[in-house]
Design a protein around this ligand. Sequence first.
Ligand code: AGP
Length: 608
Amino acid sequence: MCGIVGYVGEQQALEVVLGGLRRLEYRGYDSAGVAILHGGRLQVERKAGKLSNLEKEIGEKSLPGTLGIGHTRWATHGPPTDRNAHPQVDCAGKVAVVHNGTIENFEVLVRGLEDRGHTRTSDTDTEVVAHLVEERYDGDLAATVRSICQDLEGSFVLVIAHQDEPDLVVAARRNLPLVIGLGEGENFVGSDVTAFIAHTREARAVEQDQVVEVRRSGVTVTDLEGNVVEGDSYHVDWDTAAAEKGGHEFFMLKEIEEQPAAIRETLGGRLQEDGLLHLDELSMSDQDIRDIEQVVIVGCGSAYHSGLVGKYALERWARLPVQAEMASEFRYRDPVIGRSTLVIAVSQSGETADTLEAVRHARHLRAKVLAVTNTVGSTISRESDAALYTRGGPEVAVASTKSVMTQITAMYLVGLYLAQVRGTRDPDEVRAHLADLQAVPALVQEVLDRMGPVRQLARELVDEERVLFLGRHVGYPMALEGALKLKELAYIGAEGFPAGEIKHGPIALVEQGTPVIVIAPRHALQAKLVNNVQEVRARGARTIVIATDGDESVTPYADTIIRIPDTKSLLTPLLTIVPLQVLSAEIARARGLDVDQPRNLAKSVTVE
Ligand code: AGP
């Protein structure tokens, strides 16, 4: 949601800033803009729609300058129009501001500014900041921003340029992510490291209520009182190639292909020579682990679905009571948790607002919080007691694919580790499960190699308006995930249900030809699933069944069968989800939709 770049250096800022914005496109946006400072004058260009619109608007215009800020906006206050695009400016056009977040007290601030003679030219909350800088600036932009931040309520990342400061970009953050990129004779700020990864891999995270002064020669970070705050930088392992499409038409298709390697990365280095697990990252002593009395897993969207799989795994292996729940609901229901609760926050980005608030609430209630995240240095990883990184590499497409795979893999690791330490599974059984898990990447590759029939199926389903997904046990979260993928990518009304629930209502949706996708790998509940397939088929459904190689029990009732290799039933989500990802992407492509950036969606939902 909203992408931000700030740059001061020797290169032409326009190119650097547009390059950064292009890499941040995946976050989702509906307008874009830049401000470049040159010769004591700020030139601002902004445009509704995609970055290509902005580039067309800039056209042959000359925007020289080595200091710039840029923004992709996901509209909250005011529709996505040219005038509401960022940067927003003050009355004199001397100050340019880009902003991610919402300034909750902006109406009070606007009234004050209007009383004092300022004229608004947009519907945004952001514009107030530009006018406040105009009013308070006395030659020290950083001090001005610090004073303004004290009057702002809500969440924000602000990046500001002033025409009288030719070597300074000032940034500030509260509740939303901001990262510094440290270069040689040039420095950056961005919403995440992809904003500057093409130029430097040295990064530093900005903490809550800090203000950053970015100059060519270096970066200074202060708190809101102006005290300098030291901090460590870290090296980013990702490179630009990892964030490029690598010959694929869409990032999502590339990311689907990367899944076997991603799972291997998640497992890498976490298995000891004796075949057991080594998870120091949990920062918990064996006694701490034995003292856990319950586990609560929180996440949003696909991350929640990964958490649901985790619930089955942790309950089975570690014999602990586990709840998995949507982070957006967690803190509003007065959860009964405390010191003996382990809360696991699952988030690819590590920045999802609801998950972050759930982490804060859990810690407030004294629970131990473990982040399962892909993003080193993210707010959730920093605010949790410990972080288990999924190491999936950059995921650019809005739709989660390899992040789900790696999150589920990480949940299995946590489940087996708790079982190992608590002694609820004997070491040989833990070893055997880990060996099964290590075999999964090759099986995922096998599934990927068989996607021809799924592409054919996508062509057959392209005009459908409703598709139902059924699953049982760990197939149920994958039914939810399959339906989410189809909704978000192809805009098809899709719903996932536990197969046992259909007779309690959803079966009324089935009519002649309704596609019903049943996730039915070999499992103890197989016979029951076969019954469910028969039930919907008897009512006219077109049944599409994901079944294990060699399992013929469902063949007579399946109009289409998608085969997956055999694995242990608890691990099947890592295989069954693959055809569902490919199916949704291919239907979206056949419908002529933007597979990587579906309408209305943002990669990282940083507002509640
Ligand atoms: C699904 O394809 C989406 N990308 C979405 O549901 C996502 O999983 C959710 O917004 C949570 O994001 P996070 O993992 O970055 O917290």
